[in-house]
Design a binder for this molecule. Structure first.
Ligand code: 3H9
Length: 697
C-alpha cells in the first residue's frame, strides 16, 4: 500500500485502485489546494502502471460541495477547475466518482467529468450556481445536457435546485446508488468496473440532440420571471452551445462564466449567502439553549396564528391562548387555514396535518394553561400597557426557567421585561408577517436578557428554519427603525411631484418585490395611521409631515382589505391607481404651496436607498446591529430586498461613502432635518473605508 499525504487531498493505492479522497473541511470546496492536489493525484494514478481504476470521493460529511466561493472575485489561480475536469475526463484509466452528502456546483462537475457516478443513499446533487450569480463553469453546461438532454439540463441549471439520488438516477445524471462508507464503496465499485459490471464512458464524447424549442421556452420564462438576473440568461446561452464540438462549448462556457464573475450580481448574491450564515455568530453562541418542546402563543391574530403554525410545522406542541371564545375560534381557524395551505403547497401531507391538529395544537382561553410551557411568545395588541400587564400575569403563571418572549415590533423590551420578576428570561422574538412563511426573526436582546435565553431564540429560529438576527433595544429594532425613516422619503417624493404609480415601479425596477405604496396597501393603511397618531406628540417641530396617507385613511380606505387605498382593487381584476388619491395629492400640494416637479426613476431610487443607508449607519453606530452584514440579512430576509444586490449596506459599498455623503448634503439643501449625514458615514468618507471592513472585524 502506498500512502502519500497532501494538504487537502489524500492518495492511497489499494489492490490496483487509486483512492483519491478530498479532505478540505467543512464542505470539501474545490479551493486552489484541492485543485492542485487532485490534478496531481489523477496524473500520478494515470502514470502508475499498477493502477487500473481511479476513484474520487469525499472525506468527512460530503463530496465536493462546490467551488470555493471565497476565491471568486480574486484572480483565478491555475490549475482552474475546468482544466482539472478535462484531465479527469481525458484520463486513459477509468475514473469513478463516489458521491455522498452534497455534490454541488463545481463538485458535481468533477463527477460529471468522471467516467461513472455512484451516489450513496441520501446524496443530493445539483448545479446551483445561478443562485450565487454564476453559471456552471467547469463543464456543467456542456456535460449535463450530454447526459440528460438539453431541456432537463436547462431546467436543473436555471432552477439551481438540489436533486435527490433517486431522481438523479432516474434522470441519468448518476449511474448507480450504493450503500456503505464512501471509501468502501469506491473499492467495491472499482472492482465492478474491472469485472465489467459497471460501464464507464466519457460524458464529453456523448452526442446531444439540438432542442431549440426548449431553449426558446426557458428564455421566455426567464425574461418574464427573472428579468433582473444576469447569470440564468448567460447559463442558457452556454447550454445552447453544447451541440457543437466540446472544446468550443467549454471555451464559450468559460467566457460566459467570467462575465458572471465580474458582474456585481455575483458579489451581491455571494454576500447574501454568507450573510445568512454570518448572523449566527453572536456573543452568546457559546451558551447552551434551554430545551423547548412545548410552546405557548398568546394572541391568535395574523401574527400569533402564523407563529403557532410555524412552530407546529417544526414539530413543537403549541398552546394557543386568546381572550375569549370567539377570538379563539378565529385564531384556530386561521392556523387550520395555514396548515391546509401547507398541504396544498406540498409541504405537509394530509395525515400529518390531521395529527398536528388532533395531538399537538391546544387552543384555550385560560392563560393558566401555559404553566408548563418551555417558551411563551406574546403576540397581542401592540400597546406597551397591554403588554406589560400581560407579562406581569405571565410572571405569576410560567414555570421557572421558561423563556418569555414578546413579538413586539417597536416597543421597549426592557420595559416589558421590567414588568416581571425575571427580566433575564425575557427576550424579543420579532417575527415577520406571515410568520409561517417569512424567514426572518429579530432576536431582541434586552439589558438583562440571559445569554442562554438569546441562544434559545437562535436555536428556535433554526428549528423553524428561519434566520435569526441579533438586535438591540430601540424603537423598531433594526428593520422597523430603518423602515420608519426611509419610508418617509417616498412620501416626500410624492408630495414634491412623483406619484405612487411612478414610485412603485421605479423601486420594483430596482429589484424590490413590491413598491412601498403597494406594500402599505397590503399591510393595511390603518396600521401606519395608528402609529403616526401615537407618535404625533413626539414629532419634532422641524420634521416635515405629509398628511396624504392620513387623508386616505379618513375616507375609510385602508388598502387591500377595504378594496381601496393608494390603489383600487377590483374583485378578481388588476389593481389600478386610485384616482381619488391623485385629487388628495393635488389638494395637499396646493395647501402647502408646492409646485410639483419631475423626478426621474433613478432619482427616486437614489433618495430611497440613501435614506435607508443613512438610518442603517445610525443603527450600526448605536450598536443596535452587530455588523453591517446583520442589517443586510434583516432586509434580505424580512423586507423583500433584492437578493442580487446583497443588502442595503453591501449596496452602499458599491456606491462608496463619499458619494452617499455628497448626496445627503445635496438633498439637505431642501430639508436639513431629514437629510443629515450620519457621523459614521462621514468618517468612512474621510477615511475611505467600507461597511465590508466592519464585517471582517
Ligand atoms: C461553483 O461551484 C462554480 C463552478 O461551477 C465553477 C468553478 C470554475 N465555498 O452552509 P453551511 C462554508 S459555485 C466556500 O453552514 P450546511 C459556509 O460559509 C458553488 N465556503 O453548512 C460555512 O462557513 P462558516 C456551488 C463554503 O451543512 C461552512 O462552509 N456550490 C462553501 O448547512 C458550512 O456551510 C454551492 O452553491 C463554498 N462553496 O450546508 C453550494 N459552501 O462555518 C454552497 C459552504 O465559516 N453551499 N461554505 O459559516 C451550500 O449550499 C451549503 O453550504 C451546503 C452545506 C449544502 C454545502
Amino acid at each position: 500500500m502506498n500512502i502519500r499525504s497532501a494538504p487537502a487531498v489524500r492518495y492511497e493505492m489499494v489492490d490496483g485502485t487509486a483512492l483519491i479522497a478530498i479532505d478540505n473541511p467543512p464542505v470539501n470546496a474545490s479551493s486552489h489546494d484541492v485543485r492542485t492536489a487532485l490534478l496531481e493525484a489523477v496524473r500520478q494514478a494515470e502514470a502508475d502502471e499498477a493502477v487500473d481504476a481511479i476513484a474520487i470521493f469525499g472525506a468527512g460529511r460530503t463530496f465536493i460541495a462546490g467551488a470555493d466561493i471565497r476565491e471568486f472575485g480574486k484572480p483565478p489561480k491555475d490549475p482552474i477547475l475546468p482544466d482539472v475536469n478535462n484531465a479527469i475526463e481525458a484520463c486513459a484509466k477509468p475514473v469513478i466518482a463516489i458521491l455522498h452528502g452534497t455534490a454541488l456546483g463545481g463538485g458535481f462537475e468533477v463527477a460529471l467529468a468522471a467516467h461513472a457516478r455512484i451516489a450513496l443513499p441520501g446524496t443530493q446533487v445539483g448545479l446551483p450556481e445561478v443562485t450565487l450569480g454564476v453559471l456552471p463553469g467547469a463543464g456543467g453546461t456542456q456535460r449535463a445536457p450530454r447526459l440528460i438532454g438539453i431541456a432537463k439540463a436547462l431546467e436543473i441549471i436555471t432552477e439551481g435546485r438540489r436533486i435527490g439520488a433517486e431522481e438523479a438516477l432516474e434522470m441519468g445524471l448518476i449511474d448507480r446508488i450504493a450503500e456503505g462508507e464512501p471509501r468502501d464503496v469506491a473499492l467495491e465499485m472499482a472492482e465492478e468496473v474491472r469485472q465489467g459490471n459497471l460501464g464507464t464512458r466519457r460524458t464529453g464524447e456523448l452526442q446531444v440532440s439540438p432542442d431549440d424549442a426548449a431553449i426558446a421556452d426557458v428564455s421566455e420564462r426567464l425574461k418574464a420571471k427573472q428579468a433582473h438576473l444576469f447569470s440564468p440568461h448567460k447559463a442558457v446561452e452556454a447550454v445552447a452551445g453544447c451541440t457543437g464540438p466540446l472544446a468550443e462549448g467549454l471555451a464559450q462556457e468559460r467566457a460566459l462564466f467570467r462575465q458572471c464573475i465580474e458582474s456585481p450580481q455575483r458579489a451581491g448574491l455571494i454576500h447574501a449567502f454568507f450573510a445568512e450564515r454570518a448572523v449566527a455568530k453572536i456573543p452568546e453562541a457559546g451558551a447552551t439553549p434551554r430545551p423547548v418542546a412545548g410552546a405557548g402563543v398568546i394572541g391568535g391574530g395574523t401574527m400569533g396564528s402564523g407563529i403557532a403554525t410555524a412552530m407546529l410545522l417544526a414539530g413543537l406542541n403549541v398552546t394557543l391562548v386568546e381572550r375569549d371564545e370567539e377570538a379563539l375560534a378565529r385564531g384556530r381557524a386561521s392556523v387550520e387555514g395555514n396548515l391546509a395551505q401547507a398541504v396544498k403547497r406540498g409541504k405537509l401531507d394530509e395525515a400529518k396535518r390531521a395529527a398536528i391538529l388532533a395531538e399537538r395544537l391546544k387552543a384555550t382561553t385560560d392563560l393558566g394553561a401555559l404553566a408548563e410551557a418551555d417558551l411563551i411568545v406574546e403576540a397581542v395588541f401592540e400597546d406597551l400597557e397591554v403588554k406589560t400587564e400581560l407579562f406581569a400575569r405571565l410572571d405569576a403563571i410560567a414555570r421557572e426557567g421558561a423563556v418569555l418572549a414578546t413579538n413586539t415590533s417597536y416597543l421597549d423590551v426592557d420595559r416589558i421585561a421590567a414588568a416581571t420578576s425575571r427580566p433575564q428570561d425575557v427576550v424579543g422574538l420579532h417575527f415577520f408577517s406571515p410568520a409561517h412563511v417569512m424567514k426572518l426573526i429579530e432576536v431582541v436582546v434586552g439589558d438583562k436578557t440571559a445569554a442562554e435565553v438569546v441562544a434559545t431564540g437562535f436555536a428556535l429560529a433554526k428549528r423553524l428554519r428561519k434566520i435569526a438576527v441579533r438586535a438591540g433595544v430601540c424603537d423598531g429594532f433594526i428593520g422597523n427603525r430603518i423602515l420608519a425613516h426611509y419610508r418617509k422619503s417616498v412620501d416626500y417624493l410624492m408630495m414634491d411631484g412623483a406619484t405612487p404609480q411612478q414610485i412603485d415601479p421605479a423601486l420594483t425596477g430596482f429589484g424590490f418585490a413590491m413598491g412601498p405604496f403597494a406594500v402599505s396597501d397590503l399591510a393595511g393603511l390603518d396600521i401606519g395611521w395608528a402609529t403616526r397618531k401615537r407618535h404625533a406628540a413626539m414629532r419634532p417641530a422641524e420634521e416635515r409631515y405629509i398628511p396624504i396617507a392620513d387623508r386616505i385613511c379618513e375616507e375609510g380606505w385602508f388598502g387591500r382589505k377595504t378594496g381601496k387605498g393608494f390603489y383600487v382593487y377590483p374583485q378578481g381584476g388588476k389593481p389600478e391607481p386610485n384616482p381619488e388619491v391623485a385629487r388628495i395629492i393635488d389638494e395637499e400640494r396646493a395647501k402647502a404651496g408646492i409646485l410639483p416637479r419631475n423626478f426621474e426613476d433613478d432619482e427616486i431610487v437614489d433618495r430611497y436607498m440613501t435614506a435607508m443607508i443613512a438610518e442603517a449607519a445610525r443603527v450600526l453606530e448605536d450598536g443596535i446591529a452587530q455588523r453591517p452584514i446583520d442589517i443586510d440579512a434583516v432586509f434580505l430576509f424580512g423586507y423583500g430586498f433584492p437578493r442580487f444586490r446583497g443588502g442595503p449596506l453591501h449596496y452602499a459599498d458599491t456606491l462608496g461613502a463619499k458619494e452617499l455623503v455628497a448626496r445627503i448634503e445635496r438633498y439637505a439643501e431642501e430639508d436639513a432635518h431629514y437629510w443629515q449625514v450620519p457621523p459614521l458615514l462621514a468618517r468612512m468618507a474621510r477615511e475611505g473605508t467600507r461597511f465590508a471592513d466592519m464585517n471582517e472585524g
